[in-house]
Design a protein around this ligand. Structure first.
Ligand SMILES: N[C@@H](CCC(=O)N[C@@H](CS)C(=O)NCC(=O)O)C(=O)O
Length: 281
């Protein structure tokens, strides 16, 4: 990406408008000087480089912007994935019903729902589609159709579990303990044995293709959310314990697991009240 400092908005072929002094320009590295020249060539060709560079940055280079509440919900897998991919992102938190209405009125939400992620000039919605786009873009979605399908199947299984976890804080308080028992039971009898066997059978660190993928990220997110409720949930799964440790140490993920990251805390009463205030009809 060419920096925007070399030419002034509306610079024309007859006026090479340069913000840098000749001495400063001389001090540039050869690469920066080539960039400067390229900018000058664009101006000569009648292209407004300021607008051109800004457009490039907006479409391809800028940080994704996440639109959701300041809480986990359906956005949390997307945060995990972006973090795992080493992508810095910004967040615009929905705090009021009016803000949500404004997004809807502005036709920013295809189906009038969030999560919505602005990236690469698009306004992406539907959690799974967003995950697929980011995973594909950052090579976290396998190397061939078979790997992609395995990753997709594993992720769908995890998202079924995560859906229960996402909805859990909205159940009646008296039903919540029973739900935790039921989630734990589902995890240890239906889902975790599958991943334990996969890891045991192929003996590799990652679930698919011997490299980090969306499936690893979503599985770790699910394990971590369930461990918050049932600390010993992995006790019968030695391979998943090893997996959890290794994936947590992938540098990008390790950083996301640090307290200062954009990872959200478990939902509390304030978050639940906010959700009702913003979304309830
Ligand atoms: N299938 C959609 C479901 C999105 C969804 O239900 N979003 C909720 C917030 S988590 C929402 O926007 N609710 C407001 C509404 O449906 O009017 C997805 O996975 O993104």
């Amino acid at each position: 990406m060419m920096p925007c400092v070399f030419t002034k908005r509306g610079g024309s072929a007859t006026t090479k408008t340069n913000f840098l002094s000749p001495t400063r320009e001389q001090s540039l590295s050869p690469e920066r000087r080539v960039q400067s020249e390229k900018s000058w060539m664009l101006v000569s060709a009648g292209v407004d480089t300021f607008v051109f560079q800004k457009a490039c940055k907006t479409v391809m280079g800028s940080r994704p912007k996440l639109h959701y509440l300041n809480g986990r919900g359906r956005m949390e897998s997307i945060r995990w994935l972006l973090a795992a991919a080493g992508v810095e992102f910004d967040e615009e938190f929905l705090e009021t019903r009016e803000q949500f209405q404004k997004l809807k009125n502005g036709n920013h939400l295809l189906f009038q729902q969030v999560p919505m992620v602005e990236m690469d000039g698009m306004k992406l919605v539907q959690t799974r589609s967003i995950l697929h786009y980011i995973a594909e873009k950052h090579r976290l979605f396998g190397n061939n159709l078979k790997e992609k399908t395995l990753i997709d199947m594993y992720v769908e299984g995890m998202l079924d579990l995560l859906e229960m976890i996402v909805m859990h804080p909205f159940s009646k308080p008296e039903d919540q303990p029973k739900e935790v028992v039921s989630m734990t039971e589902k995890a240890v009898s239906r889902y975790f044995p599958v991943f334990e066997k996969i890891l045991k059978d192929h003996g590799q660190t990652f679930l698919v293709g011997n490299q980090l993928s969306l499936a690893d990220v979503v599985l770790l997110q699910t394990i971590s959310a369930l461990e918050e409720k049932t600390t010993s949930i992995l006790s019968a799964f030695p391979h998943l314990q090893g997996f959890s440790k290794k994936i947590s140490n992938v540098p990008t993920i390790k950083k996301f697991l640090e307290p200062s990251s954009k990872k959200k805390p478990p939902p509390d009463d304030t978050y639940v009240k906010n959700v009702y205030a913003i979304f309830a009809p």
